[in-house]
Design a protein around this ligand. Sequence first.
Ligand SMILES: [Fe+2]
Ligand SMILES: [Fe+2]
Length: 291
Amino acid sequence: MFVLAHLSDPHLGPLPAPHPFELLSKRGLGFINWLRKRRAIHRPNVLAALVADLKGRAPDHIAVTGDLVNLSLTNEFAPARAWLERLGNPDDVSLVPGNHDAYVRAAVGLALRDWGDYMRGDTGENFPFVRRRGPLALIGLSTSLPTLPLAATGRLHGDQLARLGEMLQQLDREGAFRVIMIHHPPVAGANYFRRLTDAAALRDVLQKYGAELVLHGHHHEASLAWLPGPQSRIPTVGVPSASGAPGHHDDPAGYNLYEIDGAPGSWRCTMVERGWRGDGLSELSRQPLLG
Ligand SMILES: [Fe+2]
Ligand SMILES: [Fe+2]
């Protein structure tokens, strides 16, 4: 059995002091929002407890679906790199970036520069990247682009959609258990200002070529949706923010484990949901997704 862990949206704090010039942009509004609301929601002690709980389960691999940082301040990227290194080495942790990791145009490229070896495929490629681990093929997509103030949309930029179709076909021929990692949920009906703008095109590719599992973040809520696939429906799962303190609007911190077993055509996948209840983490649910 292969065990994959999935966490998302750690929104690492504390926020370093911004340079004044860094606030002359969308970051200025984001900074006010951080001081007023978000720094109380995203708590380092909650995240530390979640990571300790996750490591205690000794997963074979960890998937992280973005929003490591908050305003993409220049000084947020190195501490996020240190956090990644404490989580695991680049062979054991796969990352895709979120909208907060490319918050403004000036920050585009910083995530790839500082976290690149967690976002690189086995042959060195970026988005989409493919990493083979046990029976899994982890496919990383980037929807991380700067947006206007108050918007948190994403888009599969470049030729990712076209290449994704080819990859899914090839990996299906190889009999891999295909896991797609994406920050923005590809489901229909998302909030207009927070949506993945080319979600319908991605759903078309998934319906045509299939995948065994889609993992996303962004909504800071535990969710399970089913997208149409060529033969069977595709489980599409979101997790809360990994640092979410209880008592706020979003779900408190949580992460999922996927216990994957079987073979092409007869995969079994059980999702184990672990989340914050009371003053710590515990198992909230266990349910078969496949098989
Ligand atoms: Fe987020
Ligand atoms: Fe996000």
